[in-house]
Design a protein around this ligand. Structure first.
Ligand code: THU
Length: 127
């Protein structure tokens, strides 16, 4: 699908966020080369460390749906925030060739990045 449509999916996912502790909603939508999509939002927990980031939910869903070769990953927040370090590590392994688009609530792409740019010299246990 078009980047515009994928951004709309990320904004839709963001509205599902369960974040009563931070009140910071994050929505993610991704697609692969076949145009297959997956979405995720952040899901918080009273035990704060049990919170699941939107990127982790979207990437986990992509794995469960059998998606590979992810080409685009949109992250929607009020501020156009970049992914946390843990999520960068997940992207490096599960969507290594994707373009990561940071968008705000207007759906404006503020910037686009490769994971090599966001996480240079990433850890890998693979030879
Ligand atoms: N969060 C994400 O969903 N993705 C990130 O990359 C960073 C942070 C969530 C976790 C928590 O629910 C809220 O944003 C504030 O940290």
């Amino acid at each position: 699908m078009s980047l515009e449509d994928l951004i709309q999916l990320a904004l839709d996912a963001r509205r599902q966020a369960y974040c009563p502790y931070s009140n910071f909603q994050v929505g993610v939508a991704l697609q692969n080369q076949l145009g297959q999509t997956a979405m995720g939002c952040n899901v918080e927990n009273a035990a704060y460390g049990s919170t699941i980031c939107a990127e982790a939910n979207a990437l986990g869903t992509a794995v469960a749906q059998g998606l590979s070769d992810i080409t685009d990953l949109v992250i929607a927040t009020s501020s156009g925030a970049a992914p946390c370090g843990n999520c960068r590590q997940l992207i490096a392994e599960l969507a290594p060739n994707s373009t990561i688009h940071l968008v705000n609530l207007e759906g404006t792409p503020l910037s686009s990045h490769s994971i090599r740019e966001l996480l240079p010299w990433a850890f890998t246990s693979l030879d």
